[in-house]
Write a protein that binds this ligand. Structure first.
Ligand code: NDP
Length: 689
C-alpha cells in the first residue's frame, strides 16, 4: 500500500455559507511520499471583504447569543463527530508524508484539544455571556461607586493563517478558544496540506452544528482579505518569521491596531543537566527525547529540539548514543507499518532543509546522517521528500551564529557543549526567544537555576527526570491547558493556556458605576447592590424562583469557651491559640484564646442552612475563605448570605449557585468572608425524567 492513491480533487473554499472552487485552474499539490498529485488549489474569485462581513454579521450575533456552556457543548458535539470519522482523516494524512503516529498528533491531538476546551469551558467558565475578571474594586468609602473588569466577545472575525505541518491540530487548537469565546473564524491552511483541513471542515459543516458563518475556509491565497480587517478582528499566524513580520506590517493591521498573534520558527533547546552523565536514567531519557523530537513529523514541528546543550565531559558519549539511536530510524513510505519516519511535506521543503543544513555547517560539522544520500526502507527516495536524520556538532557555540539563528525545519539538530550551568542558560538565550526548552536533571539546584534562567526567554519549560519518565507528555507537545508561544524570535504570541486562550478573543473593559447597575451588567451580586429579603429562605427556592440578591440575615450566636474546647477535643485541633490563654496572649495577633476559624464556618452553616429536603442539592465547596477578626469566647456573630451568581447547567436539571457569605461580630466587624458553592435544582420538587 502506498500513501494516498486516488484521483486528484479540486479543493474548495467555504465562503458565505457555500462551497466555492477557485475561478482558475488551480495549483497542483503533490503527495509528499510519492510525488503524485493529490489536489488542485485556487481561491481566485472570492470576495474576501464579503466573507469577513458575512462572518461578522451572520455568525457573530448567533454565537454571542449563546452562553459559554452552550458553545462548549457545540464544540463537544463536533469533537465527538470528528473522532468517529478519524480513520478518514488518517487515510488523507498519509499524503502529507505523516506516519500513523505523526497523524495521531495532528488528528487526535487536535480533536482532544477541541474536546478539552469543551469540557474546561463548562467546568471553568460560568454559564453566562459575559465574563467577570477579578474582584470588585471599591472606588468610594460608602460603596456607592465601584468598578468591575469584564470580558466580552469581540464583534469581528478571527482569521487563522496556519502552517503546513499540522493541518488538523493547527486549525482545531485555534478555533476551539475562538468559538468558545463567541467569535466566528476564517481558517486559511497552508496550501501544501490544505486538502486534509478541507476534508475536516467539510465534515464539520455537514453536521450543521455551527451557526452559519461561524467557520469559513480559504483554500489558496488570502487575496486582499487582510486589507479589510478592523479593530474588532483578530489575525493569528503560524509559519515562517519572515511571512509573519510581513503580514503584521500590513497597513490595515497597523492602522486599526488589529490583534495579531504570531507563532514563528524557534530554535528550541534541550539541556542535559551536569548531574545527568552516561549511566544515569536522565541521560538515557535525554537521548530518547532528542531522537524522538528529531524524527516525529520528520522534525517539522515548531517545538522540535534544534539545539542540544550538553556538559562538555558528556558530549562524546551523547553524540555516540544519539548516532546509534538515529541510525535505527526506519525512513520510508508513511503507509508502511515498519516506517518510523515519513517524508517532509514536499520536495521543495527538502531542498529548503538541505540548504539550511549548509548554513548550519558554517558553524558545525555533520556527525550523523548524510543530507544528500537518502536511504529509505520503502518508497522512492527521489519522488518522495525523504531525508534521514542529520546530527551536527558545534564545538564553539559562543562564537557561532548560524546554529542559534537558522532553523532547518526537518530532522536536524545541533549538539553543543557547555562548561557551567550559567553557560548552558546563556546558550538558550542565544535563540532570542523560543517556544519551549527542556532540562533533564534529577538535581533540584540544577532544575532551579536552569528553569529560572531560561523562563523569561521561553513560553514553556519542561523538566525531565526518572520519576516522570512514564507520565511525561514530552518536550514537543503543546497542551491545551498550557500556554503555547514564546517571546522574540518565536513570534511574541501566546495561544492555548486553557481559558487564557479564550480571553484573546474578548475585550477586557473596566466598568465603573453604582453597584446596583454594575450587578445588572455582570449578572453578579456585589456589596451595595439591591437585595431582596422577602421572608422566604433562599434555600427553599429552586433555580426557577431564585434571584440574584435574594438574601438571608441570620440570628446571632454566642461562642463560648466550652464550644471551643468541645470543637478542639472533637476534631483533635488543639492548637495553642485555642487552648492556652498565656500562649495565645503572647501571640501578636490575639488577646487571649480564640475560636477556630473552622468552628466559625461550621457555626455559620448551622445558622444559615435550611434543614429540610429542598432544592439545594449539595454544597460543593467554598471559595476565597478569609478569617479577618479573631473571635474570643463571649463574642457573638451573625451571617449575611446573599445569592451572588446563578449558573443553570445546560442539559441538566440543576445549576450552580454562588452565595456571598459575610460573618460579622457584635461590633459589625467582618469575622469571615467567603463564597459558598452549591448545586440547586432547577425545579422543586424534582421531576422524574
Ligand atoms: P510560510 O510563512 O510561507 O506560510 C505560513 C502560512 O502563511 C501559510 O498558510 C501560507 O499560505 C501563509 N502565507 C504565506 N504568504 C502569505 C501572504 N502573503 N498572505 C497571507 N498568507 C500567507 O511558511 P511555510 O509554511 O512555507 O513554511 C516555511 C518555513 O516556516 C518552514 O520551513 C519553517 O521554517 C517555518 N515554519 C514554522 C512553523 C512553526 O510552527 N513555527 C510551522 C511551519 C513552518 P500558503 O501555504 O498558501 O503560502
Amino acid at each position: 500500500m502506498t500513501a494516498h492513491a486516488g484521483t486528484p480533487r479540486r479543493l474548495e473554499s467555504y465562503v458565505c455559507g457555500g462551497w466555492a472552487p477557485g475561478a482558475g485552474e488551480g495549483k497542483p499539490l503533490l503527495n509528499a511520499a510519492t510525488g503524485e498529485p493529490v489536489a488542485f488549489i485556487d481561491s481566485s474569485g472570492i470576495d474576501f471583504a464579503e466573507m469577513l462581513a458575512f462572518g461578522r454579521e451572520k455568525a457573530g450575533a448567533s454565537l454571542r447569543a449563546m452562553s459559554f456552556h452552550e458553545r462548549a457543548l457545540m464544540l463537544k458535539a463536533i469533537g465527538l463527530m470528528l473522532m468517529e470519522k478519524k480513520e478518514e482523516f488518517y487515510a488523507e494524512s498519509l499524503a502529507t508524508g505523516a506516519t500513523r503516529a505523526d497523524g495521531w498528533v495532528d488528528i487526535e491531538g487536535g480533536i482532544v484539544t477541541l474536546m478539552n476546551y469543551a469540557s474546561k469551558g463548562r467546568r471553568e467558565l460560568p454559564n453566562t455571556k459575559v465574563l467577570v475578571d477579578g474582584p470588585v474594586e471599591p472606588l468610594s468609602k460608602d460603596s456607592s461607586f465601584s468598578a468591575q473588569h469584564i470580558l466580552t466577545p469581540l464583534h469581528g472575525v478571527a482569521v487563522h493563517i496556519n502552517a503546513f505541518n499540522f493541518p488538523c491540530w493547527g486549525m482545531l487548537e485555534k478555533i476551539a478558544p475562538t468559538l468558545l469565546a463567541g467569535m466566528p473564524a476564517i481558517v486559511k491552511p497552508a496550501s501544501q496540506t490544505a486538502y486534509l483541513t478541507e476534508l475536516m471542515v467539510r465534515r464539520i459543516v455537514e453536521t450543521g452544528i455551527l451557526p452559519e458563518g461561524a467557520l469559513q475556509l480559504i483554500c489558496g491565497s488570502t487575496g486582499d482579505l487582510l486589507d479589510h480587517v478592523t479593530c474588532q478582528d483578530v489575525v493569528t499566524f503560524t509559519g515562517s518569521a519572515s511571512t509573519g513580520r510581513m503580514l503584521k506590517a500590513q497597513p490595515a493591521i497597523i492602522e486599526n491596531s488589529v490583534r495579531f498573534t504570531m507563532e514563528a520558527d524557534s530554535l528550541n533547546a534541550a539541556i542535559l543537566g551536569t548531574d545527568a552523565g552516561p549511566g544515569t536514567e536522565e541521560f538515557d531519557l535525554f537521548v530518547k527525547e532528542v531522537a524522538r523530537e528529531m524524527t516525529v513529523k520528520a522534525g517539522q514541528k515548531c517545538t522540535a529540539i534544534r539545539r542540544v546543550i550538553a556538559p562538555r565531559a558528556h558530549v562524546d558519549a551523547l553524540v555516540a548514543a544519539l548516532t546509534e539511536r538515529l541510525g535505527k530510524t526506519v525512513v520510508g513510505d508513511p503507509a508502511n507499518e515498519a516506517t518510523r519516519m515519513g517524508a517532509l511535506a514536499s520536495l521543495d521543503q527538502r531542498d529548503e532543509v538541505r540548504d539550511r543544513i549548509k548554513d548550519l555547517s558554517q558553524d558545525a560539522e555533520i556527525v550523523a546522517g548524510a543530507p544528500d544520500a537518502v536511504q529509505v526502507a520503502s518508497g522512492d527516495a527521489d519522488k518522495g521528500a525523504f531525508l534521514n536524520p542529520v546530527l551536527l556538532y558545534c564545538a564553539k557555540p559562543f562564537e557561532a551564529k548560524a546554529v542559534h539563528d537558522v532553523e532547518a525545519f526537518g530532522p536536524v539538530s545541533t549538539v553543543m557543549p557547555y562548561d557551567t550551568i550559567e553557560e548552558a542558560v546563556d546558550l538558550t538565550h542565544k535563540g532570542k526567544g523560543s517556544l519551549v526548552a527542556s532540562v533533564f536533571t534529577n538535581d533540584p539546584k540544577v532544575a532551579e537555576d536552569v528553569v529560572l534562567g531560561m523562563a523569561p526567554f521561553h513560553g514553556r519549560v519542561m523538566i525531565g527526570n526518572r520519576a516522570s519518565a512514564k507520565s511525561s507528555t514530552g518536550h514537543g507537545s503543546p497542551l491545551p491547558m498550557l500556554v503555547h508561544g514564546g517571546p522574540g524570535r518565536a513570534g511574541g504570541g501566546e495561544e492555548l493556556g486553557g481559558m487564557r486562550g479564550v480571553k484573546h478573543y474578548m475585550q477586557r473593559t473596566a466598568v465603573q458605576g453604582v453597584p446596583r447597575l454594575l450587578s445588572a451588567v455582570t449578572g453578579r451580586w456585589m456589596d451595595g447592590a439591591d437585595v431582596n429579603k422577602d421572608g422566604v429562605h433562599p434555600f427553599r427556592k429552586s433555580l426557577a424562583e431564585l434571584r440574584i440578591g435574594d438574601q438571608l440575615v441570620t440570628a446571632s450566636r454566642e461562642v463560648t469557651l466550652e464550644d471551643i474546647e468541645h470543637f478542639a477535643e472533637f476534631t483533635g485541633d488543639t492548637f495553642y491559640a485555642h487552648m492556652d490563654e498565656a500562649a495565645a496572649k503572647a501571640n501578636p495577633f490575639f488577646e487571649g484564646r480564640v475560636a477556630h476559624g473552622y468552628l466559625i464556618v461550621s457555626f455559620a452553616a448551622g445558622l444559615f442552612v435550611d434543614p429540610a429536603p429542598g432544592p439545594v442539592l449539595a454544597n460543593y465547596g467554598v471559595d476565597n475563605l478569609r478569617f479577618l477578626t479573631p473571635v474570643n469566647p463571649g463574642d457573638t456573630f451573625q451571617v449575611q448570605l446573599t445569592c451572588k451568581e446563578i449558573n443553570p447547567r445546560v442539559n441538566a436539571d440543576y445549576g450552580e449557585v454562588r452565595w456571598d457569605c459575610q460573618v460579622t461580630n457584635q461590633n459589625g466587624d467582618a469575622v469571615a468572608l467567603y463564597d459558598v458553592l452549591t448545586m440547586v435544582a432547577k425545579t422543586w420538587p424534582l421531576v422524574e425524567s
